[in-house]
Design a protein around this ligand. Structure first.
Ligand SMILES: Nc1ncnc2c1ncn2[C@@H]1O[C@H](COP(=O)(O)OP(=O)(O)O)[C@@H](O)[C@H]1O
Ligand SMILES: Cc1ncc(COP(=O)(O)OP(=O)(O)O)c(N)n1
Length: 272
């Protein structure tokens, strides 16, 4: 049996709903062996981010080298990268190890408003990392910053996706979670020629902490297994939809999604 591997280069969320923890849980649930390089430690729970402690560039590089020089990876995702120094170092390592199945989740601000990327690091993200992305997965506010435009509607999102593709990302997914006006929720994928739309019912919940990380991790896991972008996009959307639906209801604030839900439903369905 082949063991597929995925690496996450991201921040740690002590509360377990986002960041490295969400990524590894998602990889595991999708039958992919998960590995990590931690860029920052956050003291975080369902009530918010209470502290951010970046890891040294040297430590980030050493973690990536430890993986690249031994285990290798079939796909990787980046999440919270915090500073331009970390972004530049990570980009260099991706090039050195010739990793191409690269998912860039351009994490900027946590739902509670805490900054997870320094303002001056946005340019480094655009210049160094975006051109290495097989797929970039911004939410609407992140797409606005990266494409330097305001997004009011789907047409604007399509324009922003084109812009990010011109900056070098081979595929662009702009997620629709922040389009709060609509009852349905549409994520769009642009491959340089065509748009694909995935629509789902918006679930009314306060427990959506870590949705972006979980979605991007599911996408990465599917790419690690050799799926194409379209198939990986569909599976990631299914994974996050049921993870939000099957609410865990833990914590006093914005709770995490349920990383078990997708596999448990699959197992239940195969029994009936
Ligand atoms: N309330 C919701 N109901 C259903 N799906 C959601 C909901 N909120 C977010 N999603 C899905 O979760 C994923 C992450 O979306 P989004 O919230 O836009 O990103 P982020 O967590 O990075 O801000 C997307 O696939 C989006 O469609
Ligand atoms: C350590 C860490 N990384 C990323 C995030 C942001 O995750 P996201 O999936 O966008 O979820 P919300 O913060 O928006 O709920 C994070 N919070 N912590």
């Amino acid at each position: 049996m082949t063991t597929f591997k995925a690496l996450t280069i991201a921040g740690s969320d002590s509360g377990g709903g986002a960041g490295i923890q969400a990524d590894i849980k998602t990889f595991q649930e999708l039958d992919v062996f998960g590995m990590s390089a931690i860029t920052a430690v956050t003291a975080q729970n369902t009530l918010g981010v209470h502290g951010v402690y970046p890891v040294s560039v040297e430590a980030v590089v050493k973690q990536i080298e430890a993986i690249g020089s031994d285990l290798g990876t079939d796909a990787l995702k980046t999440g919270m990268l915090f500073s331009s120094d970390i972004i530049e170092a990570v980009s260099e390592k991706i090039k050195q190890f010739k990793w191409t199945r690269v998912v860039v989740d351009p994490v900027m601000i946590a739902k509670g408003g805490a900054s997870l990327l320094q303002n001056e690091a946005v340019n480094a993200l655009k210049q160094h990392l975006l051109p290495l992305a097989l797929v970039i997965t911004p939410n609407i506010p992140e797409a606005e910053v990266l494409a330097d435009m305001t997004i009011h509607n789907l047409e604007d999102r399509k324009k922003a996706a084109k812009h990010l593709h011109r900056l070098g990302a081979k595929h662009v997914i702009i997620k629709g979670g922040h389009d709060v006006d609509s009852e349905n929720l549409v994520d769009i994928l642009y491959d340089g020629e065509e748009y694909t739309y995935l629509t789902s019912k918006r679930i009314q919940t306060k427990n959506s902490h870590g949705t972006g990380c979980t979605f991007a991790a599911a996408l990465t896991a599917e790419l690690a297994k050799g799926q194409n972008i379209q198939a990986a996009f569909k599976e990631a959307k299914n994974f996050i939809q049921v993870a939000i639906e099957d609410d865990l209801g833990i914590g006093n604030g914005h709770g995490p999604t349920n990383h078990w839900a997708f596999k448990r439903r699959k197992e239940l369905n195969s029994l009936v």
